[in-house]
Design a protein around this ligand. Structure first.
Ligand code: DX5
Ligand code: ZN
Length: 218
């Protein structure tokens, strides 16, 4: 099955954001991934609701907002109001994860939970049936352009097996260092959504970048 490609605008040219997104879309992108960082949960700052609003005006694709922030529960409504279609929050950053996930569903967006590389899959045992997707980080969050951590492959395999065993339909999204080299094995391991920043926007031709990634997975 061919994966959904979710280009991360973190690596895009923000001066020409609408055009960059349109080009990735022509290359086959199915979702636009927006990385939100607060300088606390991760050592970097990026964008907030106004940029999600601008992306909303630029494309009809679903917008996948990845919140790498503390106290995400205080900000989810602002991102939903700005036009987010999917919202993922980090298990490491929320004490009352279930409440936030239930709230997201009530607001009509697809709820997801993200896991850092060192966070065990067992931390999802209770929440898994309530999720639409799990975002497996394959780098430590904070920056684009890092190298893929190989152990993520087996983590995805084990997560896929667990989801199947429990008869759930939760999707797996992988984020960090995804490229034409590792994408096919990630899909084989069970990833259905591939986030890619540098591989799509980092080489000057987002349409070709997106197309090559998807072609590699055929
Ligand atoms: C990392 C972000 C990723 C990142 C992906 O903290 O969550 O979405 O921007 O970028 P690449 O594909 O360059 O690793
Ligand atoms: Zn991300």
């Amino acid at each position: 099955m061919s994966p959904i490609l979710a280009p991360s605008i973190l690596a895009a040219d923000f001066g020409h954001l609408a055009d960059q997104i349109a080009r990735a879309e022509r290359g086959g992108a199915g979702v636009v991934h927006v990385d939100v960082m607060d300088g606390h949960f991760v050592p970097n700052l990026t964008v907030g609701p106004p940029v999600v609003k601008a992306v909303r005006r630029a494309t009809a694709l679903p917008i996948d907002v990845h919140l790498m922030i503390e106290s995400a529960d205080r900000y989810v409504d602002a991102f939903v109001d700005a036009g987010a279609s999917w919202v993922s929050v980090h298990v490491e950053a929320l004490a009352h994860l279930q409440g936030t996930v239930a709230h997201l569903r009530k607001r009509g967006v697809r709820p997801g939970v993200a896991l850092n590389p060192s966070t065990p899959l067992a931390s999802l045992d209770e929440i898994l049936p309530e999720l639409d997707y799990v975002l497996v980080m394959s780098v430590n969050p904070g920056f684009g352009g890092q190298s893929f951590l190989g152990a993520s492959l087996d983590k995805i395999r084990r997560l896929r097996a667990g989801i199947q065993q429990r008869g759930l339909t939760v999707q797996i999204e992988v984020d960090g260092g995804v490229d034409v080299g590792n994408a096919p094995s990630l899909v084989k391991a069970g990833a259905e959504i591939l986030v890619a920043g540098s591989a799509v926007f980092g080489r000057g031709d987002p349409e070709a970048g997106a197309r090559q990634l998807l072609e590699a997975c055929r």
